[in-house]
Design a protein around this ligand. Structure first.
Ligand code: COA
Length: 166
């Protein structure tokens, strides 16, 4: 399978309209809480891009755009929340671009930004695409009760981890 040439850069508020058009739909939100209103989508993204509040001043919130190198088209976004010596990862790709290795390439690229940190991800059991992605990228499932405190964990979620890379 030939890989789509991808470009990664920091997501900014200038991407908000394109992000909403790409991601605020049923397919993307099926397993992550249901489609938010436009207002909520934009509020969440604006808060995410503003970075952690004072109460979480030691966190690092990383947000990356995934773009097609040739056209510059936005294909999705990647995020990592670094706290307490670990990184929680998340990934949302526009449905028109699913199944081409975009998330695989993107997640593996993001690992390079998170060197030295153990990586963690959570999904609901029905989110089999996300589980396949994490397994393909070197994560393993662990019993949730053995996991550290994860911001993204909700009771019933599956929990995956990958050892710190160099
Ligand atoms: C989960 C999600 C990120 C996967 O994105 P994706 O870009 O389709 O993932 P990939 O293309 O890398 O992998 C999907 C399939 O394409 C295949 N594929 C096709 N071409 C490929 C290539 N060139 N390289 C690697 N894999 C390729 C993979 O083998 C994989 O198949 P498999 O899952 O049957 O093993 C995407 O479905 C999504 O955004 N879902 C909604 C949001 C969500 O739930 N996010 C998770 C919580 S934040």
């Amino acid at each position: 399978m030939s890989a789509v040439p991808l470009l990664f850069d920091a997501l900014t508020l200038r991407d908000l309209d394109a992000l909403e058009a790409l991601l605020r739909n049923e397919a993307v939100y099926e397993h992550i809480g249901g489609v938010p209103s436009s207002e909520l989508f934009r509020l969440r993204m604006t808060r995410a891009l503003a970075g952690p509040p004072a109460a979480r001043g030691n966190d690092r919130w990383l947000n990356f755009a995934v773009r097609d190198t040739a056209s510059g088209e936005l294909l999705g976004r990647l995020e990592a929340t670094v706290h307490d010596g670990l990184a929680e990862v998340a990934f949302l790709i526009g449905p028109a671009h699913w199944g081409r290795g975009v998330a695989t390439q993107g997640l593996l690229w993001m690992h390079g930004q998170l060197a030295g940190l153990p990586l963690w991800g959570t999904t609901v059991p029905a989110n089999t695409r996300s589980q396949a992605l994490m397994l393909r990228c070197g994560y393993r499932p662990v019993p949730p009760e053995t996991a550290p405190n994860l911001y993204s964990y909700d009771p019933g979620d599956l929990v995956f981890t990958r050892d710190a890379g160099s």
